[in-house]
Design a protein around this ligand. Structure first.
Ligand SMILES: Cc1cc2nc3c(=O)[nH]c(=O)nc-3n(C[C@H](O)[C@H](O)[C@H](O)COP(=O)(O)OP(=O)(O)OC[C@H]3O[C@@H](n4cnc5c(N)ncnc54)[C@H](O)[C@@H]3O)c2cc1C
Length: 552
């Protein structure tokens, strides 16, 4: 991080040089002296410093400058660095203007030119101002910053993407001073959000996920066009397949559309994964797996959506949403499942604006003190409720059944029972949501007598089971009526091999209806929906990949 700046602005080159020289002589070891020849130039420099998250301690501005005088400059600079101390350089004749400026720009000092000797006239003033600034400096910021609107779905999508990819960032509201300062510094307005400012000061206005991925150092372009193994989906199953594939010498590519970790990465605490007796956060577990996959040489492609699969001879071609493609000898489909949407009037329009699917870890800190509603009675909803209880005033779990026993693990039920601010509402469903620009109230129905009631809340988190979203595999591999990929013995249910199957053997256990294409984890029909089983299937799929390749 660079030293804090002392900025001097004067249109007279000789004076400007003299000020900078005197300041640098005494403070150059601790402060960076930035020199500008006009108000506009100085503001540009300040914007850049602001975007980089660096600090400005003192602004020294000459009063008489063409185009923008010193007072006008200091006034504009206050929007960017309100805590920087402000000094106006004036000639004797302008003393009155300087006195007026004390009110206009909250001037800390006016300095009469010439200030020689600086030991007497300049340094004592600056010493005092720098001491005062150091007591309450503008914070230096080294992480990414996101400026947006509280209830904007695109702003949420950016935060969610960064959070899922474990990128630390500061979230700033566009209508609060710091957010406004960053918008000004980037030269945009509150309607251009989300704005992302990188630690090195680059601003991205309304970035796509691919822009963000590239910015945080994730690769979005394949290095080759042919691989031994392409794994689609970076959840536990895909990461498992990538670790085993790459470590066993296969040229392995892992493609992930959002963030590695999948559903497991969203789990605030996984208590039942082997080897972690004290539990482990899903993001920690899957981040380690990601690093392990990379260590073994997996190529990881991020923010890329696979939208098509075709067999071309013995090769398999995977098409991306942008029309490009890659090919491989073998493919492991590990695309998991995504939350089912809750079809109640009003909720669709408010998704991302108070209505969320999953997202417990991203949004929990924003719910401080509020009433939060969680829909669902399975482990994912239970974990979310426990996580929210640390932030929210009260967490309301809405379940359609009479209690949690049929759908939730006993350890979680006990945990929930021990938390005072979680309340379970049995026989309750959400039948509507409304609000102006964000969720403000929910309509709830008692499933026993049909009576409805309205509650005020801005937070609804939905965990109501999941579906595989495999429409893109239509016509490519066989799926069950719910969209889960059929493999091995399930393909032989009718007594014969699947139509089009040309090999003189049955499909291997995790093999889909196209030889060399395998499915692992939640996306596979009849799979157990657990982290451990997904990882295990990923590993097992790779051993079948070897068997397939050996027979080619
Ligand atoms: C909140 C929560 C808590 C949970 N807690 C536990 C627990 O405590 N213990 C436990 O055992 N299980 C738990 N589970 C279940 C467990 O997380 C899942 O069973 C497991 O993550 C399944 O892994 P997967 O790799 O098959 O799929 P997923 O985890 O669903 O990963 C699939 C990945 O594929 C990506 N993808 C999908 N389609 C495409 C495409 N077309 N192109 C590119 N990428 C694509 C997705 O973005 C996703 O990252 C929990 C689930 C949730 C949601």
């Amino acid at each position: 991080m660079a030293n804090p700046a002392i900025l001097t602005v004067d249109d007279d080159p000789a004076v400007s040089r003299a000020v900078a020289r005197d300041v640098r002589r005494r403070y150059g070891d601790r402060y960076r002296v930035v020199r500008a020849a006009s108000g506009a130039e100085a503001l540009d420099a300040l914007r850049e410093i602001r975007l980089r998250g660096e600090q400005v301690a003192v602004l020294l501005a000459d009063y008489r400058m063409p185009a923008m005088n010193g007072i006008e400059f200091l006034e504009a600079a206050m929007d960017l660095f309100p805590r920087a101390r402000r000094v106006l350089l004036t000639a004797y004749a302008d003393t009155n203007a300087a006195i007026d400026a004390i009110n206009v720009v909250d001037l800390d000092h006016y300095l009469l030119k010439p200030w020689h000797p600086p030991e007497e006239k300049l340094y004592p003033v600056l010493d005092t101002l720098l001491d005062a600034w150091q007591a309450t400096p503008d914070p230096a910021i080294t992480e990414m910053r996101v400026v947006g609107h509280r209830w904007s779905a695109p702003s949420f999508a950016v935060r969610d993407f960064l959070a899922r990819n474990l990128v630390p960032f500061r979230w700033l509201l566009a209508d609060e001073p710091e957010g406004g300062q960053l918008l000004t510094a980037a030269g945009v307005t509150a309607s251009d959000v989300p704005l992302v400012v990188t630690p090195d000061g680059k601003s991205l206005v309304m970035p796509s996920e691919a822009d963000l991925a590239a910015q945080i150092g994730l690769s979005t372009t394949p290095a080759a066009d042919f691989y031994d193994l392409v794994v689609v989906g970076g959840g536990p199953a895909g990461l498992g397949a990538a670790v085993y594939g790459a470590s066993e010498g296969l040229r392995t590519m892992l493609v992930e559309r959002r963030a590695t970790g999948g559903q497991a990465g969203q789990s605030s605490r996984i208590e039942n994964y082997l080897g972690f007796p004290d539990g482990v956060s899903g993001s920690q577990l899957t981040e380690r797996a990601r690093r392990q996959a990379l260590k073994f040489g997996t190529e990881l492609l991020s923010a890329r959506d696979v939208v098509g699969l075709e067999a071309a001879g013995s090769a398999k071609v995977l098409r991306f949403a942008d029309g490009t493609s890659i090919a491989a000898h073998t493919v492991v489909l590990a695309t998991g499942v995504a939350y089912r949407r809750l079809a109640a009037p009003g909720l669709g329009e408010l998704t991302g604006q108070g209505v969320f699917y999953g997202s417990a870890t991203t949004e929990a800190p924003s719910c401080a003190g509020a009433d939060v509603y969680v829909v669902g009675g399975a482990n994912s909803a239970g974990q979310a409720a426990v996580h929210f209880s640390r932030y929210a005033g009260r967490v309301h779990m809405l379940i359609r059944g009479g209690d949690l026993r049929r759908s939730m693990s006993q350890y979680l039920i006990e945990q929930i029972q021990g938390i005072d601010n979680i309340e379970v509402h049995p026989f309750t469903e959400v039948v509507g949501g409304s609000g102006d620009d964000h969720l403000e109230r929910l309509e709830l129905r008692d499933t026993r007598d049909g009576r409805t009631r309205t509650v005020d809340t801005s937070w609804l988190f939905i965990f109501i089971g999941a579906e595989p979203r495999t429409e893109w595999l239509d016509g490519a591999v066989r799926r069950d009526p719910r969209g889960f990929v059929l493999t091995g013995p399930d393909l032989m249910a009718g007594g014969g091999r699947p139509p089009g199957w040309a090999l003189p053997r049955d499909p291997y256990h995790l093999e889909a209806s196209v030889p060399g294409v395998f499915a692992a984890g939640d996306v596979r029909a009849e799979s157990v929906k657990r982290v451990a089983s997904a990882v295990g299937e990923g590993a097992m799929a790779v051993s079948l990949v070897h068997r397939y390749l050996a027979a080619q």
